[in-house]
Design a protein around this ligand. Sequence first.
Ligand code: HEC
Length: 218
Amino acid sequence: MKNTIKILTAAVVMICVVSCQKDSKPNYQFMPNMYEPLSYETYGDYGIFPGGQEAMLPAEGSIPRGWMPYDFENSQQGYLLAKDTLKNPIRYTKENEDAGKELYDIYCAICHGAKGDGKGPLVQREKILGVPSYDDIGRAITEGSIYHVMYYGINSMGSYASQTNEHERWQIVQYVQKLKADLEGKTPRIDTDVTPTVVETKVKEEHHESTEDHSNAH
Ligand code: HEC
């Protein structure tokens, strides 16, 4: 008899504890400060903000750090203006060409082909049509037009403005210019006004010699 009462009491206590639980809310909090911060929570609902939401849009005209506004419009006029007047702000160096090649192989070669002849894997498998070769005379692409189409896209080619930053786009431009020159049988442009390529080879030679000395010593 005594045992039955004990068991019943225990059951009632347990039911009381469990019955107050609400799955939609956290249960009894031992140290609520750990769960409920004083500051506003990201994306929280607060009447004090316009629209009642903590997360707000940036003020109009804000410019993200490291991003430069692009002044040419997404229109035929903007395209033509960029084609004629927009110039590569970075120098044509071997390093930029190599960096451009890497990015080109990631983003562009799938359609345009590794050589820029418009015969990438997607074209060969007939997944996309109308990919031009970079030496297409009718298009006569320039560094400005290459940058412009990368920024906004053109017809069935999408924009690359979100995948690449300004510097990377100009590196790709240099590489596309190199592919174009190769296709036309011309020498690709490399700005050699300051870069002392001679010094570089010298350093390598010295290094080479010193390793030789090293091996001779053994
Ligand atoms: C999904 C396939 C695809 C990819 C990827 C692609 N393109 Fe294109 N691209 C095209 C097509 C299609 C055209 C022709 C668009 C038209 O004029 O109708 C084109 C056209 C061009 C032109 C010529 C535009 C002109 O002025 O007539 C250039 C330059 C160019 N692409 C550069 C690039 C570069 C650089 C990348 C990589 C960042 C790239 N494309 C990635 C499909 C692609």
